[in-house]
Ligand binder design. Structure first.
Ligand SMILES: CC/C=C/CC(=O)SCCNC(=O)CCNC(=O)[C@H](O)C(C)(C)COP(=O)(O)OP(=O)(O)OC[C@H]1O[C@@H](n2cnc3c(N)ncnc32)[C@H](O)[C@@H]1OP(=O)(O)O
Length: 716
């Protein structure tokens, strides 16, 4: 709702009440409409201030209402009515003015904000555009170029930047509501025509068409099939070229298309998934709201390879003092040179004046004795990690949390060699660790709620999306990746080319197909793991069935030929040289594949884009169902957040489990059955998938409840 009060000196104060962010729910909109009417009718009122309760102006439209029928007064006429008021209206912005919240502020005649406020039109991130006049008013206020940037990226801006751009009239370090009240009193009675943004022309650069074309091609390239950024540019083209009323008509038309698109539903689901994963729970009953996190101020990182360096930077950026340990002198010298530069660069990118944390470098493991938390990031080798954990357990003071950045090794085994297994968790970062948003927090059967809560809290401080996952080989992300990679290799055996497979996946929306990705991360990573698993290496017979399952030796043979990817200048593609980035098809690979097929009596067939997507994605999704069934992930949102934030799954497709829901569980089951083969267990439909289909394919939002019920009745 919204409350109305009359302050001394003829100012009406309208306050939005809808915790936690004063979203514009039906009740709030109704409250605003009523309060504005009251202010208009009251002859003693000469000016109006709109603010939000509890230091938050407004977080925009109530996203939860999007799923149901539209109730209450619509936003657009409400906003028009505010602009039309013949008494000065000011928005007093504290906390946030986002989406519909900023659109409400743009309808006001003046905008006054607290210096800590954050403003933006993030609708594009929800698959929408600023559909309450924002796409037409903002460019009229700050010019087309700046509006294109804010609206197509959805980025939040600080009050200082908003003031510079001209969004705000004044910024204060003290009370924004008091200042706004004082301000509107001082302008009461002054003409308002020039303050009504809808009446102003849109300031455009002379080469407006070329600017719009350039931005359009940039968003198309960046957004890989996402509809909203393209619609945003179209709405801004209308603002630049049409009178306001016609521009609004275009905005309405574009919004209607977006609103009903599957992409908007997917992006809104992704918004809530990100929040759901923060409310973690463990099978033991420990949860985010009944477990206490420790506040870490001093940490250590062991191992300064690529991952370790990124983790040091991520920690230091949060203001934590870091002891960075590397026992190999050459690597230590290089890290001591490179890490401070990385830190400086990242601090600059985040607009921090100085990096807040202090880093000390050491070659001596003894130097970690005083820290509160250690993250081990040594080479992915179990015996080495066990040695490090044993050593840490004796060096660190009692109560120190010991974390491993392993990408899939057994956390419980590491915990077992320490004196306090409850204080051991996995903190699986993604490269580059100071940039990538995902953090898998891996709990073993003995990990304490405090250890999980601390790792999750630390992730949040580092700006990560932390997802608590159970302990199993590969955890969630890499466990699901395995069948996906496997299918991609099988497709090559059967007649596809690396480019064909990659193009299908890139067209789906991945930033990189599986083979380009593999070239980037290095083919030797998987090779080493397969050797450790006894799947390849000296003495292993070169057959296409290993350990009782279909196996493709193709990637092993690539490694044996020295083709390790970008770092060697050759992998599934060829590059300009070692470290080259531009992937070109390589005739060598085509001959290699033909020879391989001939040797194994395989006849290449033509493979459709549909088959590529089905086999790669449905194999991955099927493993997602197994993971839910095994309670390694608490719900589909956890898996989807992992894939969106760590594995390049297109956000406008919600995540693999959301995608399964959109495609239809019955269809996924039917296609898995079709592609299934006795020696490819990954394609054998999971029991959970079968049970969901048998239960009538409930929507993804109901799966968590379904799984819990099935578990109670021992059906899973
Ligand atoms: C014609 C229709 C036009 C529509 C245009 C729009 O306005 S679309 C909506 C545009 N607004 C946004 O995109 C803002 C979304 N919210 C945020 O970015 C952040 O929540 C925040 C406002 C910056 C606050 O961040 P913070 O980290 O402090 O808190 P949380 O993100 O955890 O959020 C707290 C709870 O509030 C819920 N919530 C936030 N915004 C909205 C919203 N607009 N509608 C409904 N609910 C919202 C959020 O889900 C959290 O609740 P949980 O129960 O914990 O999930």
């Amino acid at each position: 709702m919204a409350t109305y009060s009359r302050l001394p000196g003829s100012v009406a104060l309208i306050t939005l009440h809808n915790p936690p962010v004063n979203a514009l729910s039906a009740a709030v909109r109704q409250g605003i409409v009523d309060a504005v009417q009251r202010a208009l009718k009251d002859p003693k009122v000469t000016s109006v201030v709109i603010c939000g309760q509890n230091g938050k102006f407004c977080g925009g439209a109530d996203i939860r209402e999007f799923a149901g029928p539209m109730l209450g007064p619509p936003l657009v006429p409400m906003i028009h009515a505010i602009e039309a008021v013949d008494k000065p209206v000011a928005a007093a912005i504290e906390g946030v003015a986002l989406g519909g919240g900023l659109e409400l502020a743009l309808a006001c005649h003046y905008r006054i904000a607290h210096s800590k406020a954050v403003l933006g039109l993030p609708e594009v991130t929800l698959g929408l555009l600023p559909g309450a006049g924002g796409s037409q008013r903002l460019p009229r206020l700050i010019g087309l170029t700046a509006a294109l940037d804010l609206i197509t990226t959805g980025r939040h801006v600080s009050a200082a930047e908003a003031l510079k751009l001209g969004v705000l009239d004044q910024v204060t370090d003290s009370n924004a509501v008091d200042l706004a009240v004082e301000f509107v009193r001082s302008v009461a009675g002054q003409p308002l025509d020039s303050r009504r943004l809808s009446t102003l022309p849109c300031p455009c650069p002379p080469d407006v068409d070329s600017l719009l074309d350039k931005v359009m091609s940039k968003v198309r390239q960046r957004s890989r099939g996402a509809l909203a950024p393209v619609a945003c540019v179209r709405a801004l083209r209308a603002a630049a070229s049409l009178p306001y009323a016609q521009g609004m008509e275009k905005e309405r038309e574009l919004m209607a298309t977006l609103f009903n698109s599957g992409q908007a539903r997917a992006l809104q689901y992704a918004f809530f998934s990100q929040r759901v994963v923060g409310k973690w729970s463990l099978p033991s009953g420990a949860r985010w709201d009944n477990s206490t996190a420790r506040i870490i101020s001093k940490a250590a990182v062991i191992g300064l390879g690529t991952m370790g360096r990124g983790i040091v930077v991520a920690l230091a950026l949060t203001g934590i003092s870091v002891v960075a340990v590397e026992t190999q002198e050459k690597q230590l010298a290089e890290a001591s040179r490179v890490v401070p530069a990385m830190l400086q660069r990242e601090a600059g990118r985040r607009r921090l004046a100085t990096p807040p944390g202090v880093i000390s470098f050491s070659s001596n493991l003894q130097d970690v004795s005083e820290v509160e938390l250690v993250i081990e990031a040594v080479f992915e080798d179990m015996s080495l990690k066990l040695q490090v954990f044993k050593h840490l357990s004796s060096v660190c003071r009692p109560g120190t949390l010991l974390c491993s950045n392993t990408s899939g090794l057994d956390i419980d085994q590491l915990a077992a060699v320490t004196q306090s297994p409850g204080l051991v968790v996995g903190m699986h970062f993604f490269a580059p660790a100071h940039v990538m948003k995902l953090l898998e927090v891996v709990y073993g059967p003995r990990s304490s709620p405090e250890a999980v809560a601390t790792a999750m809290q630390l992730g949040k401080r580092m700006g990560k999306v932390g997802v608590a996952v159970g302990n199993c080989p590969g955890f969630v992300g890499n466990r699901m990746l395995k069948p996906y990679l496997e299918q991609a290799n099988f497709l090559l055996e059967e007649g596809a080319t690396p480019r064909q497979v990659d193009e299908a996946l890139e067209e789906f929306g991945f930033p990189m197909g599986v083979f380009r990705m593999s070239d980037l991360s290095g083919l030797d990573v998987g090779w080493r793991i397969r050797k450790e698993a006894g799947l390849t290496g000296p003495g292993v017979e070169s057959t296409r069935t290993r350990q009782g399952r279909r196996y493709s030796p193709l990637p092993d043979q690539m490694c044996e030929a020295g083709r390790l990817g970008q770092k060697t200048g050759k992998g599934w593609y060829q590059y300009d040289g070692p470290g080259g980035r531009v992937a070109r098809s390589d005739p060598w690979v085509h001959i290699f594949l033909e020879t391989y097929r001939a040797e194994h009596g395989l006849v290449a067939r033509s493979i459709t884009l549909e088959e590529i997507l089905e086999r790669c994605l449905y194999a991955l999704i099927n493993e997602g169902f197994n993971i839910l069934q095994d309670a390694v992930a608490a719900g589909p949102e956890d898996i989807d957040a992992i894939y969106v934030f760590g594995y390049g799954w297109p956000r406008h497709r919600g995540g693999p489990m959301f995608h399964a829901d959109q495609v239809g569980l019955g269809r996924i089951l039917q296609r898995l059955n079709q592609h299934s083969h006795p020696d490819v267990p990954h394609l054998k439909p999971s029991t959970l998938l079968r049970r969901l289909v048998a239960a009538g394919s409930p929507p993804v939002q109901k799966w968590r409840e379904f799984i819990n019920k099935e578990r109670v009745h021992s059906q899973l």
